[in-house]
Ligand binder design. Structure first.
Ligand SMILES: Cc1ncc(COP(=O)(O)O)c(C=O)c1O
Length: 414
């Protein structure tokens, strides 16, 4: 098998055994977990890694001059190195451990934003952003008088970039998702970054839905910040990453004050540690960071190319099978090109919450609602969608079950 070939069914069956949670019944049916865009399941080795930390070497990091603390510090910093290599950062000093994507983006808005933006400066977003990549910029705009501008989308749910150069005038920061959590659209981040840089703007990428699902190389993309969450990529909750170009991070003031982020503290003022410690005030999520490193090893051993190819195959199959369901409308691109495995849809005459309830009765876990993207739903003039999302452990049979349950929902409510 070549590195970029999809996973075979044989591979997936073996792989599914690594996820203990998948081996259970829900409402008398085998669980079909189709909500990984919200949070992924965790393989046994990540769960074991968490447990091993608490059983064998639980201690605070960067402080103790004793064996356990040194071991914890070593494992914590080794995890930072693994994450750096995973996204091809130039140095592990560019990796800031935070709680999640939301905190990473807020860090940039508070620290870089407050220090650099003035009234009249512009921030360019898109209408498909998750609230995490919208609300922090609204708050920054309110504090500074900066203005928010939005890239529109076309009929296929792709960014309309025809007027990008004109829209970039006066823009200091472009903050854009690499993959929409609703539409599945994969945005041409490298091209946007090239054009944004030509206009002197920095580029922040929300990688919450891309880093878990495809190879992401911050140097190849030539971006300035990348934010992502561990819990969507087989790691625990409570750990996320802000990657930033070192030269930019070094110019940024701290976001939170406290222990671990200082150099010298006086009663009236303090000096601050170098990056990344400057942005990691207080005791970090030690076990979770180490387990994120384990999750990165797990994903890399399978291969991000293969994971992405597998999801694309499954997505192609899902788009084809969903088109058989009468009254079903998929939002976002209708082909697998530059599209990830989050499929949001509506079913005529059936509320998305009712759709999700029928699916649950069949043991199928999906999400219904606005998926933290209210402006995007407003664009389509709908309050909510149902979303099925795929990851490395999903199989075509689960798509078949989804389609069968959707026919059932139509019959029940039709
Ligand atoms: C595109 C996107 N951005 C940001 C987030 C926020 O992630 P978190 O809740 O882990 O901070 C999500 C979560 O669903 C997302 O899908």
């Amino acid at each position: 098998m070549t590195a970029s070939a999809a996973l075979s069914l044989f591979d997936i069956v073996a792989l599914r055994r690594e996820f203990p949670i998948l081996n259970q019944s829900v409402n008398g049916k085998t669980l079909a977990f189709l909500d990984s865009a919200a949070s992924s399941q965790k393989p046994r080795r990540v769960i074991d890694c968490l447990e091993e930390y608490y059983r064998r070497y639980n201690a605070n990091v960067h402080r103790g001059i004793y064996r356990l603390s040194e071991e914890a510090t070593f494992a914590f910093e080794r995890a930072r190195g693994k994450v750096a290599r995973f996204i091809n950062a130039r140095s592990q000093r560019e990796i800031v451990f935070v709680r999640n994507t939301t905190e990473a983006i807020n860090l940039v808005a508070r620290s870089w934003g407050d220090a650099n933006l003035r009234a009249g400066d512009r921030i360019l977003l898109s209408i498909m952003e998750h609230h995490s990549n919208l609300v922090p910029w609204q708050m920054l705009a309110q504090r500074t008088g900066a203005q928010l501008e939005f890239l529109p989308i076309d009929g296929e749910g792709r960014l309309a970039l025809d007027h990008l150069d004109a829209q970039l005038a006066g823009v200091r920061l472009v903050a854009i998702t690499q993959q929409s959590n609703v539409l599945g659209t994969i945005n041409p981040v490298a091209e946007i970054a090239r054009r944004a840089h030509a206009c002197g703007a920095l580029v922040l990428v929300d990688g919450a839905q891309s880093v878990p699902h495809m190879p992401v190389d911050v140097q190849a993309l030539d971006i300035d910040f990348l934010a992502f969450s561990g819990h969507k990529m087989c790691a625990p909750t409570g750990i996320g990453v802000l990657w930033g170009r070192r030269a930019i991070l070094e110019q940024m003031p701290p976001f939170l004050g406290g222990g671990s982020m200082i150099r010298v503290v006086g009663l009236h003022e303090s000096t601050y540690a170098d990056v990344p410690a400057r942005f990691e005030a207080g005791t970090p999520a030690i076990a979770e960071a180490i387990a994120l490193g384990e999750a990165v090893d797990f994903l890399q051993e399978i291969g991000m190319d293969r994971i992405s190819a597998h999801e694309r195959e499954l997505l192609g199959y899902a788009l084809e099978r969903l088109s058989e369901v009468e009254g079903l409308r998929v939002y976002g691109p209708t082909t697998t090109e530059m599209r990830g495995g989050a499929v949001s849809f509506t079913l005529d005459g059936v509320h998305p919450h009712d759709v999700a309830a029928v699916l649950d009765s069949e043991g199928i876990a999906v999400r219904a609602g606005h998926h933290c993207a209210q402006p995007l739903h407003a664009h389509y003039d709908i309050p909510a969608t149902t979303r099925a999302s795929f990851y490395l452990y999903n199989i075509p049979e689960e798509v078949d079950r989804l389609v069968a349950a959707l026919h059932k929902a139509r019959t029940l409510f039709g």
